[in-house]
Write a protein that binds this ligand. Structure first.
Ligand SMILES: Nc1ncnc2c1ncn2[C@@H]1O[C@H](COP(=O)(O)OP(=O)(O)O)[C@@H](O)[C@H]1O
Ligand SMILES: [Mg+2]
Length: 334
């Protein structure tokens, strides 16, 4: 079994079956008389976000690319493993598990994740760095002496890495990803239209009409969004254009471009030369933002491509690292 423990989504891959679970990394916790209890996990918990009463809290334990709440993260891992095993309650032993952890996680957090997986029934737990898993999933030449660059734009962070010979030659993590884009849209709408919208609404707008650069006609599509009026407090609807969304997203997009630029500046010349030929591959859900590849192409002058199925790359790469002996060298013990 292989798990991509993402800041936004957790995916589980099972040997011979492929990806069998893909749910938001969200846990709803209910506190009754001071005792915290898991109310829902994954899809069910995400539906509750922004709509919970005071006694229930929807938590994203991996939110900013670090493990913000290790106890909740542990419960989430156990829940997903049990779900994949068909809800079998009795201790279910299985040989090996590979977990992809955010590269910002500390030794203590990694150990806690490993323990959570052991407690859930794994006899051997391996960890893998997220950019390595993304690159393997995107079928980049990570085992060869060829430099390549992967940019994984997740929910909480963007990981930029240069890889060669099963190792990370350079890696940097920017605390900007899909969440910051959602926040940027929400704050733009609040500032310019006096309209309050929630996280989920902002994310939906981003997925539907989000764009990283100005539309060619300077305006793009127009959409209607609903929220609460900041001035008189009543629900209302406004119209917004794609060019306005592009303006709202310019800051987080610029931060991602800057991360890539810094990585390129810190890449050894021989590897940099390879990247000129190989180009940059984008993975993670943020790679689906319209125009992000073009923006990076314009900024670097390098070929930039989006991986097939960017949301699954890390899970597929983690799974392949488990299955293919060629990749054994990239697995780490916690
Ligand atoms: N079509 C899309 N356009 C822009 N962003 C998207 C799109 N689809 C998904 N995303 C964003 O991608 C992020 C999740 O990507 P993912 O790679 O699963 O993150 P993580 O690995 O951190 O869990 C979320 O912020 C989500 O809103
Ligand atoms: Mg990810």
């Amino acid at each position: 079994m292989a798990i991509d423990l993402g800041t936004a989504n957790t995916l589980v891959y099972v040997r011979g079956r492929g990806i069998v679970l893909n749910e938001p990394s969200v846990v709803a916790i209910e506190t009754i008389a001071g005792v915290r209890k898991v109310r829902a996990v994954g899809d069910d918990a995400k539906l509750m976000m922004g709509k919970t009463p005071d006694s229930i809290e929807a938590i994203r334990p991996m939110r900013d690319g670090v493990i913000a709440d290790i106890d909740v993260a542990e419960q989430m891992i156990k829940h997903f493993i049990q779900k994949v095993h068909g809800g079998k309650r009795r201790a279910w032993r299985f040989p090996e598990i590979v977990i992809c952890v955010p590269s910002g996680s500390t030794k203590v957090e990694r150990r806690a994740i490993r323990d959570a997986a052991s407690n859930a029934g794994a006899s051997q737990v391996w960890l893998i760095e997220e950019p390595m898993a993304a690159a393997i999933g995107a079928e980049m030449p990570v085992t060869e002496p060829i430099g390549s660059m992967v940019v994984d734009i997740g929910g909480g962070t963007t990981e930029v890495a240069v890889l060669s010979l099963r190792g990370l030659a350079y890696t940097t993590s920017v605390r900007v990803g899909g969440d910051k884009m959602d926040e940027a849209i929400a704050s733009y709408v609040r500032r310019n239209h006096n309209l309050l919208i929630g996280e989920s609404t902002a994310e939906r707008i981003k997925k539907e009409v989000g764009i990283a650069k100005m539309p060619a006609d300077g305006k793009g599509e127009t959409i209607h969004i609903k929220g609460r009026d900041l001035v008189n407090g009543v629900p209302k609807e406004i119209a917004i254009t794609q060019s306005q969304i592009a303006e709202a997203l310019s800051e987080p997009v610029a931060a991602i471009v800057e991360g890539v630029r810094i990585a390129l500046e810190n890449t050894a010349p021989e590897l940099a030369a390879d990247i000129v030929d190989q180009g940059i591959v984008l993975t993670g859900g943020g790679a689906l933002l319209k125009g992000i590849d073009e923006v990076l192409r314009d900024a670097t002058g390098l070929p930039v491509s989006v991986a097939d199925d960017p949301l699954s790359c890390v899970a597929l790469g983690t799974g392949r690292a488990l299955e293919d002996p060629m990749f054994r060298g990239v697995l780490q013990t916690a």
